[in-house]
Design a protein around this ligand. Structure first.
Ligand code: 9WN
Length: 723
């Protein structure tokens, strides 16, 4: 693992350590000195990678304060830290409810139910899974009770859409989404009790926090709850704020899904949970999707209308799988646009909590614009699930890059990355740990686990059989790419996996194979000029790799097949070409493969005549090696090849494969730069190409003024399939 990641993993652990308060972890010492509900869910996920015991303790502590009706409270107060937060138990007066726990002081509302997801992660990440079973058995009935409470007490229309009755329950307290409901409530004639906020006295600027007016509403709802003795039916009659949001309900879906898996592990029935899952996910799809806006929206149960507001929570139905594939594709268009920071846009960090183009977007105010790490983290998983791997990688990179460059803040500026809110914020540290482990530690282990399962001792010609048809010349490569795209669009499942078994017997694959048969008779001397050759060979490399993955039944990584790049071949015009021949022999003007001492084509090799005359280093950004760390597959044309290579280079330099960290005087770059250093003209050439294509102005300025002691790390190369 790179030193810089190791260093920040330690720093992240130090944040959790510092915030650890005995049996749980506070969100941050300056603003939040008690235990918080969904924070602990995210915090446990970080611990699960390096200390299963602490992860378990975190949730045990929270669930010990569960209410008798199953409600998991938003805050469990630490008796020794009282006086530093508003509102505290004296204000909540939860003792008015017969359901409040006796031994614990808690608030009287709940939060998004992420915990089953966390419990499953604890189990999955444990070195010794058996040791986690007693904890699973302990927490299972409690998780069931917390979900059952939601379906019984917060399910007004019995459609599985759970409502929140206080903005704090959303976790996105002052989201602009709630404005419309709040504005309808007239507080002018109402006498609110005196209260004194502590958040604005904690050193955090009040510009970053909710307004006084927001707090008045917060207090007003609390007064209603107290009057109703926290009796849900009574509250449902009285409370003007009853909202079914996409974030809360999407998280519930993800947790139902996790709870099904947990039940299975400990041998419990899960029909009831399956029913919850289908009910909620169907209602999210049918009732919360805003067709015109292309995003999910919150529903106001009182006003009986969608709130018509585009916030980051509207993308969350990808997490937990509630969105249909079609809806996911539509909301993706919005997610990957200027509104929420598009891929390779430059000068922006994904994803702001509110549409940056809307009036009311505030770059430093809490849930009205800044980037929050937990939202990104849930979206990474949602995006992967629906097949948007590249975007998921880019969000993951920002989960790492923001804390590395600016510190472990509560939230960040979407344009320049500056940290806001409280420092040393626990879930930022925790989800940094999870992302670093998933990206650098586990991905490496997974990719290499299957290595040597499949060794190609002999060449495997992939286009040996099949009748040749009349497709000829350059059209062959065009048709091949088209056929590969058809395969991809049909056989990539919504879960982001590739159904290789079905591909092998499919009509689309047969069609593809027919086209490749034509290569056997293709006269390579027909390729004229550099542009035609470049496009043909790049396209060919990209399709032979896909074909090799299918033919060799690769599951997770091309690394499972030893000899993959040198022994799979296509016969072209009587010559056999492997991916290595194409890359090092032809495209790299007959060079050495990294780690080899000889050139790809020896002196007597007849294929030497097909080698290009010089190396265009931009080819490295266009060759798709079937792995996450290389470029996404595209079709290159002889007429447009130079522009297309420019685009591929720009995409790559601004992707997760290049991390420029001015604050640390460091860059972290893909191994590709190390392996093909000489193709780029050595280190100066590498720096030049990054400087030329990078879009972020701060990074450009940094690269224009490089100091001698610039540190360069090479990013782990992710050989997992680019599925
Ligand atoms: C009220 C603790 C919590 C988070 C919320 C975040 C903020 C509290 C506050 O801090 O809310 O719950 O006082 O502002 O909005 O998501 O759980 O980190």
């Amino acid at each position: 693992m790179q030193d810089i990641i190791k260093k920040h993993l330690k720093a992240a652990q130090a944040v959790l350590n510092k915030n650890h308060a005995g049996s749980y972890t506070i969100p941050s010492s300056s603003l939040y000195p008690h235990q918080w509900n969904w924070d602990s869910g995210f915090i446990a996920i970080g611990y699960s990678h390096f200390n299963t015991g602490l992860a378990i303790k975190e949730l045990q502590s929270l669930f010990s304060a569960q209410w008798r009706n199953g409600m998991l409270p938003q805050i469990v107060f630490n008796r020794n830290s009282l006086g530093r937060y508003f509102p505290e138990p004296d204000f909540w007066q939860t003792e008015r409810s017969p359901n409040a726990p006796e031994r614990f002081l808690t608030s009287g509302i709940t939060m998004p139910p992420i915990h089953a997801v966390s419990v499953l992660k604890i189990y999955e990440n444990a070195q010794d899974k058996q040791k986690v079973i007693p904890f699973l058995k302990w927490i299972y009935p409690k998780l069931m009770a917390s979900h059952r409470y939601l379906y019984l007490e917060r399910n007004l229309n019995q459609d599985g859409l759970i409502y929140i009755r206080h903005p704090w329950e959303s976790g996105m307290d002052n989201s602009p989404a709630w404005d419309k409901v709040l504005r309808k409530i007239d507080l002018s004639g109402i006498r609110l009790p005196e209260y004194r906020r502590k958040d604005t006295e904690s050193g955090v600027s009040s510009d970053m926090r909710p307004t006084k007016q927001n707090y008045d509403y917060f207090v007003y709802f609390m007064e209603l709850f107290k009057k109703a003795k926290y009796e849900e039916k009574e509250i449902a009659k009285e409370c003007p704020f009853l909202v079914c949001g996409p974030l809360f309900n999407a998280i519930l879906c993800a947790s139902n899904e996790a709870l099904i898996k947990i039940s299975d592990i400990i041998g419990k029935p899960y029909q009831e949970i399956e029913q919850w899952y289908s009910l909620t996910s169907k209602s999210i799809r049918d009732k919360l999707y805003h067709e015109e806006h292309g995003i999910f929206d919150a529903y106001d149960l009182r006003g009986k209308e969608l709130l018509e507001l585009e916030t980051a929570s509207g993308f969350l139905p990808m997490f937990g799988g509630a969105a249909s594939q079609e809806q996911a594709e539509k909301i993706y268009r919005y997610l990957d646009s200027k509104s929420f920071c598009a891929l390779h846009q430059g000068n922006c960090f994904t994803i702001p909590s509110y549409d940056t183009q809307k009036e009311g977007f505030k770059r430093e105010n809490y849930w009205r614009g800044p980037v929050w790490i937990n939202i990104n983290w849930m979206l990474v998983q949602g995006l992967r699930r629906y097949g948007f791997g590249q975007k998921a990688d880019s969000l993951s990179r920002h989960i790492l890059e923001l804390p590395i460059r600016f510190g472990f803040y509560e939230y960040y500026d979407s344009f320049d990355g500056r940290g806001y809110g409280s420092k040393n914020f626990s879930w930022t540290a925790s989800l940094f740990i999870d992302t670093a482990y998933e990206t650098y530690v586990k991905a490496g282990a997974r990719a290499y686990a299957g290595a040597a399962e499949n060794i190609l001792f002999r060449d495997r010609v992939l286009n040996k059989t099949g009748k040749q048809t009349d497709i000829s010349g350059i059209r062959i490569s065009q048709e091949m790419i088209k056929a590969v795209k058809e395969i991809k669009s049909r056989y990539y499942t919504p879960k982001g996996t590739v159904d290789y078994e079905s591909i092998k017997t499919s009509g689309e694959y047969k069609n593809y194979k027919k086209i490749t048969a034509n290569l056997r008779g293709f006269d390579l001397t027909l390729l004229k000029g550099e542009t035609e050759k470049l496009a043909f060979w790049i396209n060919l490399y990209n399709t032979i790799v896909v074909d090799g993955i299918i033919e060799n039944r690769v599951k997770e990584s091309v690394k499972e097949v030893i000899g993959f790049f040198s022994r799979i071949k296509y016969i072209i015009g009587g010559y056999s070409f492997s991916p290595d021949d194409i890359e090092h022999g032809v495209l790299r003007a007959n060079s050495r493969k990294p780690s080899r001492v000889w050139k790809q084509f020896g002196l007597l090799n007849a294929k030497r005549k097909f080698s290009l005359r010089h190396i265009d280093p931009r080819i490295h950004f266009a060759l798709v090696c079937g792995s996450r760390s290389c470029a996404p597959i595209k079709y290159y044309t002889s007429e447009g090849i130079y522009d297309e290579l420019e685009m591929a280079t720009k995409n790559f330099i601004n992707s997760s494969e290049v991390m420029v960290i001015p604050e640390e005087n460091r860059i972290l770059i893909s191994q590709i730069f190390k392996w093909y250093r000489s193709d780029f003209g050595g280190l100066p050439g590498i720096l030049n190409i990054i400087r030329k294509y990078i879009l972020d102005d701060d990074k450009k300025i940094f690269l224009d003024n490089i100091k001698d002691d610039l540190q360069i790390d090479y990013l782990y190369y992710d050989w997992n399939l680019n599925k």
